[in-house]
Design a binder for this molecule. Structure first.
Ligand code: GLN
Length: 304
């Protein structure tokens, strides 16, 4: 497969979309990013890297971090997780609160905000130094020692994070949060503030695609079956109320973030990270989605 040529062709073909959409505006710090950035990196399971565009500039991974939190929680808690969080697609916006009241404080899945806030509460209870251990795991997955939280991003989001605060308070009301509400919010916003570039993000997701190596990083390990289940959750829930559209157009398990990043995997073949800050109305990167749609079309390989 000539991935270098394919990435070049994709870059040409997505140009008509380059001014469509707008960066997330509800987190003030995200507004400082140049909206015209575009980077992509594909990393194969035989460790070949194909990158182009702004693939060395770090950005806020935002909700992509929810997959990494799930990996830690699932590794430590196994199926006991599912007493507190479901595995059904929500069909709602990432920050929706409506369903949560109707379903009495049990979030639909770990990849929407409500689910990730419960996961954050679980991590606070099971890790002895949560911020430090979380970062250590992410650094090991990525193979990069200087991955950091962006503290000003996290603070900026806390200053305007009224809806997330409402969600944790409702979860607490229903008895699905054990720790202090402010503590849950501050750790959650830190996870969202982790910064990576496309090369680093594709490496971070390779273990989810690579079934030939055990998933084991420090004291976090997952069985092949658990990795398969995380991929299933990415496939069905990774794009909120656009999960069906992403499955239909792209056909890979993946996860988006409001920083404009998308990470996706093609099982047993590659992981791919793409970044472009302009988002559609559902909070997913316009050019990122189009690039991945073209990738699976041109390679004629997806999970379907
Ligand atoms: N930090 C963002 C929030 O909680 C993450 C949302 C996202 O990336 N979809 O609203």
């Amino acid at each position: 497969m000539n991935y270098t040529n394919i990435l070049q062709e994709i870059y040409q073909e997505i140009q008509p979309y380059s001014k469509m959409g707008a960066p997330a505006s509800y987190i003030p710090e995200l507004q400082r990013v140049n909206p015209d950035r575009y980077g992509i990196c594909l990393y194969t399971i035989d460790r070949n890297e194909y990158a182009m565009g702004d693939c060395d500039e770090r950005f806020s991974i935002q909700s992509i971090s929810k997959v990494l939190s799930l990996a830690i929680g699932f590794s430590r808690m196994g199926d006991r997780l599912w007493k507190r969080i479901g595995v059904e697609p929500s069909g709602n916006a990432f920050n929706s609160i409506i369903q949560l009241e109707m379903e009495k404080g049990i979030p639909r899945n770990p990849l929407i905000n409500a689910g990730a806030l419960v996961m954050t509460d679980i991590l606070l209870s099971i890790l002895s130094d949560p911020e430090k251990e979380y970062l250590a795991f992410v650094r090991q997955l990525c193979g990069c020692k200087d991955i950091q939280y962006n503290e000003s991003m996290a603070t900026s989001e806390r200053d305007t994070g009224f809806l997330n605060a409402a969600i944790v308070n409702m979860l607490k009301y229903y008895g699905n949060i054990d720790n202090d509400v402010e503590r849950v919010l501050s750790f959650y916003f830190r996870q969202c503030s982790v910064e990576m570039n496309c090369r680093e993000l594709s490496r971070t997701f390779l273990p989810f695609a690579d079934h030939t190596h055990p998933f084991s990083f420090g004291d976090i390990s997952l069985t092949t079956s658990q990795v398969k289940r995380i991929n299933a959750i990415m496939q069905t829930c990774g794009f909120y109320d656009e999960a069906g559209e992403f499955s239909y157009l792209v056909g890979l398990p993946g996860k988006s973030g409001v920083g404009g990043g998308i990470a996706a995997i093609c099982p047993r073949k590659y992981s791919v990270a793409v970044w472009s800050p302009r988002l559609n109305a559902k909070g997913n990167s316009v050019m990122g989605m189009k690039a991945l749609e073209l990738l699976t079309t041109k390679t004629a390989i997806s999970i379907f």
